[in-house]
Design a protein around this ligand. Structure first.
Ligand SMILES: [Zn+2]
Length: 277
């Protein structure tokens, strides 16, 4: 006699099989180390996570998920995200948080064509730092969504503009000991050297970050380098004047006759202030 518990195991198994079949369309997924999935109905705070210290009896990394959130996620985008973390960790175990999350959200999109992160979030906290590190914060109290959203947008932007799959594979597989901004700078330089057709702003992190902020605020669908994705125009705050900024962030302020010489003339009424470090 089939109980509801057995039915649930069946539906998890069939969704898992379908998702893994879909993911295997990307040849680089074959490099994923062995892993195991643990479904825990008690897991409430997070929908899913690669446990940082937990391995199974064979030493494999464990993805912990709530079975309900697994079954509600038709495209298994959360599972895809966690698998990219496992794949990324092979060569880049010491990478910074924003790079890990940027690579995972980009890989998740390549596997499922879906995002679980909303772009609007990055505009809710307009001066959110791209390179934010969630050290010493309580994740139940602190809203990380603007930071996830910003990392997702930046990595999608460099993927789209600066080398697509070649760039993604360099991000995943590089043996460089550099991390964070210095690492991204190295990867971009390498992509630019390998492909002379790439736009000039792809040759360094600083230039890519500047173009990213222009694209993020401009959303000009007629120029590939001035938008991130084809979607609605996002709302953003316009400040009255320049602001003290967090590292690697940007804001728009009202032009008062002219923009400060350090800033970018955005349009007839606005200036773009960027902090690079
Ligand atoms: Zn993640």
């Amino acid at each position: 006699m089939g109980s509801s518990k057995e039915l649930r195991v069946d539906s998890v198994t069939s969704q898992l099989q379908q998702s893994l079949l879909l993911f295997s369309n990307q040849t680089w997924m074959a490099q994923t180390p062995p892993w195991s999935l643990s479904l825990d109905p008690q897991l409430s705070q997070l929908k899913g996570v690669v446990h940082p210290n937990l391995t199974d009896s064979d030493g494999r990394p464990v993805i912990l998920m709530n079975p309900t959130s697994f079954l509600e996620d038709r495209y298994s985008s959360l599972l895809a995200h966690e698998l990219i973390h496992i794949l990324h960790k092979r060569f880049r175990p010491n990478e910074q948080w924003w790079v890990k999350e940027g690579v995972a959200t980009l890989g998740q999109h390549l596997l499922t064509c879906k995002y679980s992160i909303n772009y609007d979030w990055s505009y809710e906290k307009t001066d959110a730092s791209l390179t934010f590190e969630p050290k010493d914060i309580d994740p139940t109290q602190y809203d990380l969504r603007p930071h996830y959203s910003l990392a997702q947008m930046y990595f999608l932007f460099i993927y789209k503009s600066c080398g697509a799959e070649d760039l993604f594979l360099n991000l995943l597989n590089s043996s460089s000991l550099k991390v964070g901004v210095e690492f991204i700078d190295t990867v971009l330089k390498r992509s630019s050297e390998e492909n002379s057709q790439l736009p000039v702003f792809c040759s360094s992190f600083a230039d890519s970050f500047k173009q990213f902020q222009i694209a993020r605020y401009r959303q000009n669908f007629f120029k590939a380098e001035e938008h991130i994705m084809l979607t609605k125009r996002f709302g953003y705050a316009i400040y009255e004047s320049r602001q003290p900024l967090a590292p690697y962030s940007a804001i728009i302020y009202e032009k008062n006759q002219k923009c400060d010489s350090r800033d970018i003339d955005f349009d007839f009424a606005k200036c773009l202030q960027i902090r690079w470090n």
